[in-house]
Design a protein around this ligand. Structure first.
Ligand code: MN3
Length: 267
């Protein structure tokens, strides 16, 4: 199958309404069910709500399910740095799957369902061993991607200002050095994982890389900036050129959002 044909097949699949999950899966996996059909022949990602088989409002009123956060911008908003099809698959398929699996996993654990995903990750060692790895992978996936969408924006990039800029400069020497360190952490991550700028429990900044969907929260650190280097994050456009994806990704970092995360983490 040639690449063009394959791409058009994926597009066609995404034009179809997401199959509604069974009632059980729906209640337990609202995130998957809120994945709406992609409307319009223009290719513009205007999500519209297909008729759900259940009372959506009632389901959403439950605080006991993790939900897929909507992107704060269109699927094509980060073009040309991150392409529309990658964003669609990444959000509507990959992130949605983490949300759905997390909810299914927690169905038999009502006490855990009431807790936030951040709380579950911070206290991952208290999660029953039978589901700990699944929560680590899928709760981590849900948390990491929720942060990832929020710290990107169109017409972004550049450098931070204010207290965050001062902290970066005093920690790393310069913004350029920080950029090199995070790029190196992300490009050097073998296999799948993430590069992170985190706030440590001591209140200092650090660049780390973590495998798979492991969350900095599991290590007592607060994630401020994360860059996804799973192949699904870049392969459609950049193929094996992770370095090119990383170079482009800096153009969509929303430093205002990062600064807000920094201030919130500092208390
Ligand atoms: Mn991803």
């Amino acid at each position: 199958m040639d690449t063009q044909h394959e791409t058009s097949t994926i597009w066609s699949a995404l034009q179809q309404p997401a199959r509604w999950l069974s009632r059980r899966r729906f209640l337990g996996g609202l995130g998957g069910a809120t994945l709406l059909a992609i409307g319009g022949s223009s290719g513009v990602a205007s999500a519209r709500v297909a008729s759900p088989p259940l009372d959506l409002a009632a389901a959403m009123a439950s605080a006991d399910v993790a939900t897929l956060p909507p992107l704060p911008y269109g699927y094509n908003a980060l073009e040309p740095h991150i392409d529309e099809l990658t964003m669609m698959l990444h959000h509507m398929r990959h992130h949605a799957a983490y949300v759905a699996t997390l909810n299914t996993t927690l169905e038999k654990y009502p006490d855990l369902q009431k807790r936030s995903v951040t709380d579950l990750l911070v206290n991952i060692h208290d999660v029953p061993e039978a589901i700990r790895t699944t929560v680590r992978n899928n709760g981590g996936g849900h948390s990491n991607h929720s942060i990832f969408w929020a710290i990107m924006a169109p017409n972004a990039g550049g450098e931070p200002s204010g207290a965050l800029a001062q902290a970066i400069t005093s920690t790393f020497g310069s913004f350029a050095t920080f950029k090199e360190k995070l790029t190196a952490a992300a490009s050097g991550r073998f296999g799948s994982g993430w590069g992170w700028l985190v706030l440590t429990p001591k209140g200092t900044l650090e660049v780390v890389s973590m495998p798979n969907q492991d969350s900095p929260y599991m290590m007592g650190m607060t994630p401020l900036v994360g860059v996804d280097v799973w192949e699904h994050a870049y392969y459609l456009k950049y193929m094996n050129r992770r370095a090119d994806y990383l170079a482009a990704w800096w153009n969509v970092v929303n430093w205002d959002a990062v600064a807000m995360r920094y201030m919130a983490a500092r208390g």
